[in-house]
Design a binder for this molecule. Structure first.
Ligand SMILES: [Fe+2]
Length: 496
């Protein structure tokens, strides 16, 4: 199947695809930046949704505390950084052009580089001085036609280090090839000609053997990819599924690829952006689809209570066919819509609960709540696809108390024990990534690295915690002399 045929078939199977493959009609009313600007003057927390400042280079940042012995490498992060342009603001937090962080740590120093992901969309809009293309959250008039998904690719969600290289990830189109040192972009990754421009999601899973699995969804089509450790496509298969609208993450075990459809469906027109067409359906169970990770064929299905999941931690299964995983589960099936709030100068009211899920080979699934008000779960990557004990997540120290996460949680899935690094009410805490200690012993022998925005000081800092004892607080805090917008995901690459 050639590329055009593939994309045409994807598009034909979903009204949602129309928002990606075709420019929406012009004449829609863009959100005025006035609403958030008015809120911003009295609410310094909204610095988290300002535009990123553009290129930043700091060769030697101020370090509060002490860098841990043995921590050496580069911490990359990604997130939306261009929410507004020329008097228009996107309607959804997820739409802004990617802003890339590169924190280089070693020899007692930390250097920072910040760059926007130079996608064709960004380059064209910056040259024009205004938004030109439709957005997934709608609201921005389409002023230019696009030839396919990568015409509106913002590469703003995650990063994938691949054999000395770096890919910037979105989920509606291809990966963007980045220089791991300069962060310069050099075109989209072509996995295979017939998949050029096809959705490649932002949460690839690296297996215990170094191979990489990922999914891509558009409408009723689910593509499952398997890549070799060097990023070369090894196999891919396209399945037909119900049009859930957005499948942001999935799970990998040593045997299976586990894809979970939240209780959403694409209903109605996507002419003003895909997200506008995603309707919460609390009457529908979440659907679990298990695919053999070698043949990529469907081998098992199950159901879970209605809800929505952006992110999963990790999954593993035993010889009896029992599959276990953890997830950040929301009972709000309209969680995608809740993420519009920041563009209106409000914080989202939707929250997620850490849950442990057991799917026995036979019998009913079991869902056990672990901790309320968490998101961005991460694990020790050395335990990917096999049995793990610990999950780390951004958390609210007192559920429901604060507008955003103010802590980092360490959740022990075996004992139920929980530990917290409480940053204080001045902080908006983001995802923290587990970095295993070289030659370490034990699953929690390593560090947690993550950014947080101090809204009182209007400064962003990178924080380093001892994962064995996060309650002791940061071992080191590396300060930028300015705020950066709240982002999504990061990856650490060990130094030589
Ligand atoms: Fe994500």
């Amino acid at each position: 199947m050639d590329r055009r045929t593939f994309l045409t078939r994807l598009a034909a199977l979903s009204g949602a695809a129309a928002s990606i493959t075709l420019p929406s009609a012009s004449g829609q009313t863009p959100t005025s930046i006035g609403a958030i600007d008015r809120a911003r003057t009295s609410n310094p927390l909204l610095a988290g949704f300002d535009n990123a400042p553009g290129d930043l280079d700091f060769p030697d940042l101020f370090i509060e505390g002490k860098l841990p012995e043995g921590l050496s490498g580069i911490f990359y992060r990604n997130g939306p950084g261009q929410h507004a342009l020329a008097g228009e603001r996107y309607h959804h937090w997820f739409d802004g052009d990617g802003y890339l962080h590169r924190w280089q740590i070693g020899e007692g120093r930390v250097a920072f580089k910040g760059r926007f992901a130079a996608t064709p969309k960004r380059l064209a809009e910056q040259a024009a001085g205004k938004f030109l293309y439709p957005a997934s959250g709608g609201g921005v008039p389409s002023r230019e036609g696009i030839s396919g998904p990568d015409g509106i690719n913002v590469a703003n969600t995650n990063l994938l280090p691949v054999k000395g290289g770096l890919w910037g990830l979105w989920e509606g189109g291809s990966a963007l090839r980045l220089d791991p040192v300069t962060l310069e972009a050099s075109g989209f990754v072509s996995l295979r000609e017939d998949f050029d421009g096809a959705p490649f999601s932002a949460h690839p899973r690296v297996g215990e053997d170094g191979r990489i699995w990922n999914i891509g969804t558009m409408g009723k089509r689910l593509a499952i990819y398997r890549l070799q450790s060097d990023g070369a496509l090894d196999a891919a298969k396209v399945h037909t599924i119900p049009a859930a609208g957005l499948i942001h993450d999935f799970l990998l075990t040593c045997k299976s690829v586990v894809v979970i459809l939240s209780s959403t469906r694409v209903e109605g027109s996507a002419a003003d952006g895909l997200f506008n067409s995603i309707k919460g359906r609390p009457d529908l169970s979440m659907q679990v689809k298990v695919y053999d990770r070698e043949s990529l064929t469907l081998i098992r299905e199950a159901e879970l209570p209605a809800g929505y999941v952006f992110h999963f931690g990790n999954a593993h299964e035993d010889d009896t066919g029992t599959l276990r995983f953890d997830m950040a589960y929301s009972t709000n099936c309209d969680a995608v819509q809740a993420m519009r709030a920041p563009m209106l100068g409000k914080f989202p009211e939707s929250s997620s609960q850490a849950c442990l899920v057991t799917l026995p080979g036979k019998g009913a699934p079991k869902l056990e709540p672990v901790k309320n008000d968490i998101e961005f779960p991460r694990i020790n990557p050395l335990y990917a696809a096999r049995r793990h004990q610990f999950v780390y997540a951004a958390a609210q120290s007192i559920p429901g108390k604060s507008l955003w996460f103010d802590a980092v949680a360490k959740l022990d899935l075996d004992t139920g024990k929980q530990a917290f690094a409480y940053y204080g009410e001045d902080w908006l805490v983001e995802e923290h990534v587990f970095v295993p200690k070289r030659g370490g012993s034990g699953e929690d022998d390593g560090w947690l690295l993550g950014t947080a925005l101090n809204w009182k000081l209007q400064k962003t800092a990178l924080n380093i915690l001892d994962a064995r004892d996060p309650g002791a607080g940061p071992l080191a805090r590396i300060w930028l002399d300015q705020p950066l917008p709240l982002g999504f995901h990061g990856q650490f690459v060990h130094g030589a």
